[in-house]
Design a binder for this molecule. Structure first.
Ligand SMILES: CC(C)(COP(=O)(O)OP(=O)(O)OC[C@H]1O[C@@H](n2cnc3c(N)ncnc32)[C@H](O)[C@@H]1OP(=O)(O)O)[C@@H](O)C(=O)NCCC(=O)NCCS
Length: 435
């Protein structure tokens, strides 16, 4: 009977250690027992970029990157995207089960009645320059809400926590819309409680003088599905940031601002903006082979391709391709879609991409859809941050309730000099002159 243990021999001492293997993992702290002497600190694991480290146990999101599977709380993403609303999925991600009709009504009511921003938020917003990028505006405004809701610091009180979760989910679209209107110099639009989550967001973005905003139902549904697809993705860069900052028991507004800052980078949530720039640069189908050749020779990357976890089709990319067709049916033809389709077709037949298991990821088509709906590329990461707030908060809550977790604090291998002597400035000057 094979035993679920790992036996390692330390060749420095000839001592053998046996550690339990649980859920395909060994405990890094077990390795600390491996020492050459009593005053030795013990072995550490060196894992830059956390390529092979499970930092937590989680019940929220399951990904099988080799098979292209994504599930929230055990439900396949395809079923959720086809049959649910975003707030229904948010409830599932946060509380573990799909709501019944009464629970959903209550949840939607609660979120809808927290969409209004404190009037000071307008003042934060007015401080930004007219051409400020909406992502730093969003990050700073969410962080500033920590000053409006100081009681949020009490992160161990579950009732208080739930109130902040509702506020954050409800207010992210309001802040995002405000940042967009600010960049155009348009007056801010207040939320409309008769509308759904995505329709209300569209209302706050685009209502002008009409008394009631009527969202196009195909576009509102497309946005809803995109929000569902972006709601959580287990321990990615921004979610890990959320957990790390949250582990210091920081206010959830500051945690979400930190997670959103991580999301802003071009290798994470900023990639869809880069895809549009790439498609602009390619300009015509005839230019695609030369572009791909450049990428293969190491000059740039094919943006929207490749993923740390998916080594097969990103299931979200498949769903997004379908939505693109619905959206373009309403907004009309976009020549960039032809370039994207041809780029995908050529790359998927090229050994460079197939041998490295580089497939289109969620960002490859999402930017095109956002652009067709009417968003400028600067808004794309903001559109990612709104639904991902749900995932960040669910993971934050799980981390706070997890008795195994403590303040996150990795170790390092120190490689710098030691025990140097501070010399007086005059000596440093002489040394510099002699160099
Ligand atoms: C997402 C991403 C950061 C994952 O990176 P990773 O897991 O660290 O993978 P690596 O950078 O180690 O890449 C592995 C190999 O594939 C190549 N590669 C990865 N993504 C590539 C891309 N988009 N275009 C061209 N080559 C790529 C790398 O050059 C490397 O090749 P090599 O083995 O010859 O050196 C990376 O695929 C990427 O930069 N993609 C483009 C940005 C993007 O779309 N991000 C959104 C993610 S949802």
């Amino acid at each position: 009977m094979p035993s679920s243990t790992l036996t390692v021999t330390d060749n420095r001492t000839d001592r053998t250690y046996t550690f339990p293997i649980e859920d395909g993992t060994v405990r890094a702290m077990d390795f600390r027992r491996i020492k050459t002497s009593d005053d030795d600190f013990g072995l550490m694991l060196h894992d830059p970029a956390f390529m092979n480290t499970a930092s937590c146990r989680s019940d929220i999101t399951f990904i099988d990157g080799d098979r292209g599977i994504l599930e929230y709380r055990g439900y396949p993403i395809e079923q959720l995207a086809e049959q649910c609303t975003f707030l229904e999925v948010a409830y599932l991600i946060l509380f573990g089960d799909l709501p019944n009709a009464r629970e959903l009504d209550h949840w939607v009511y609660e979120i809808t009645h927290h969409t209004m921003l404190h009037e000071t938020a307008k003042k934060f917003m007015e401080g930004f320059r007219y051409d400020a990028h909406p992502m730093p505006m969003l990050v700073s405004s969410v962080a500033a809400l920590a000053s409006v809701y100081p009681e949020a610091d009490n992160v161990h009180d579950a009732t208080n926590r739930l109130l902040q979760i509702k506020r954050l989910i409800a207010k992210m679209p309001s802040i995002a819309a405000m940042s967009y209107r600010h960049s155009l110099g348009f007056p801010y639009v207040y939320p409309d409680n008769d509308l759904s989550y995505t329709e209300n967001f569209m209302n706050m973005l685009w209502r002008m003088v009409e008394p009631k905003y009527a969202a196009n139902p195909v576009l509102a549904r497309a946005l809803e599905v995109l929000f569902i697809l972006h709601a959580d993705h287990e321990q990615n860069c921004s979610t890990s940031t959320m957990r790390v900052v949250g582990s210091a028991l920081t206010s959830p507004y500051l945690c979400v601002a930190s997670a959103a800052s991580a999301l802003a980078g071009p290798l994470h949530g900023g990639a869809n903006e880069e895809v549009i720039r790439m498609l602009d640069e390619i300009d015509s189908i005839a230019d695609i082979p030369a572009y791909i050749q450049n990428v293969k020779e190491g000059r740039g990357r094919l943006m929207g391709f490749g993923h740390r976890v998916y080594k097969n089709f990103d299931p979200r990319a498949k769903l997004i391709k379908k939505i693109a067709q619905d959206v373009f049916g309403v907004t009309g033809h976009n020549p960039k879609l032809e370039i994207a389709l041809e780029l995908e077709r050529i790359a998927l037949r090229d050994d460079y991409f197939t041998s490295r298991k580089l497939y289109p990821n969620v960002d490859f088509y999402s930017g095109l859809i956002y652009q067709a709906i009417g968003f400028k590329p600067e808004m794309f990461t903001v559109l990612f941050a709104i639904p991902r707030t749900v995932g960040w908060l669910a993971q934050w809550q799980e981390m706070l309730d997890d008795e195994e977790q403590k303040i996150a604090r990795p170790r390092q291998i120190y490689t710098g000099p030691r025990s140097r002597r501070v010399v007086p400035m005059a000596e440093r000057e002489l040394a510099a002159a002699a160099r």
